[in-house]
Design a protein around this ligand. Sequence first.
Ligand SMILES: Cc1ncc(COP(=O)(O)O)c(C=O)c1O
Length: 367
Amino acid sequence: MTISVSRPHAQYKSHAAAIDAAVRRVFESERYILGPELERFEADFATWCGAPHVVGVASGTDAITIALLALGIGPGDEVITVSHTAVATIAGITRSGATAVMVDIDPTTWTIDPKAAAAAVGSRTRAIVPVHLYGQPADMDAVTALARSHGLAVIEDCAQAHGATWRGQRVGSIGDAGAFSFYPTKNLGAIGDGGALTLRDQSTAARARQIREYGWDHNRVSQLCGLNSRLDELQAAILRAKLPSLNDDNSRRVAVAAQYAAALADSPLQLPCVRAGASHVWHLYVVAHAERELLREHLAARGIAAGVHYPRPAHRHPAWANARTNELPHTDRAANEVLSLPIYPELSQHDLDIVIAAVRSYFVESQ
Ligand SMILES: Cc1ncc(COP(=O)(O)O)c(C=O)c1O
């Protein structure tokens, strides 16, 4: 059997009783959209993140779009972010009508380089979207200071970082808004698509609620042109069932990461480094090496399906070929060198040992 990077089915198995009960409750409830399950999940998740308001939406991509629209950002505006991310970050920005301006990353943490972000600020810049990539918070001191000095909104892309902290504060509660994905492989994953935004301000949250449902007010009159982007009752109930285990699941990821770090410390790999002030929740355990493809083949031959997040920087996709960017050398290098090793809460010690031995054997055999 292949050892994969993530395994949502194992998540289902370890939460099966709670998930099955939640699903049955919704089936019998006669309320499938915007009902009590969503209301309770929004309240539970707000408490868990330490954010004043949570709005459940259909995906993490939509969460970014709706956060920008609710903050009044759209056509004619520029939003600074990274190219080394899931293309979803850029798609979410582009769908708001704003223009994504992609900057380089810091080569040791693979998150936004605040100096590059500062250099990209122009007269049309309205917001910055730091991505807490792989589970590691971006440098939020620098991002927040930059945003303050130019009057920019901060929308944290938290899709990979549920529960990560920056100076003790959970991501999603630091900026003006946070965008979460509940795609099944995420640290908190649904059994289908789902997302949420966290918001600091009540009136922005009210606008986000309008936008997620056709721009409706309480009388179902469209006050603005909204979307249809609702987190349905089934997914909300499943997420509520899993949320109480998220701290333990994240702790298990931390333990797996610690074993990789200890076992690979003397290897030629660039290992992930945790920035001072941050706690990392290890959505992915990403290493880097110039011979990434050879190492990947070596692992595949031993039944290990390592991943690459991401092989093509967003600005090198045809969809964003005309984006305003400078050269992004650290981004290009990461795209060529990063490799994601298996990590998920249910990863067995047996499989982890196999992965570690296989990685180590590559360097012994290639010497
Ligand atoms: C960094 C990042 N941002 C945004 C998203 C978008 O989430 P979704 O797939 O739920 O739209 C993802 C998930 O793929 C992601 O990894």
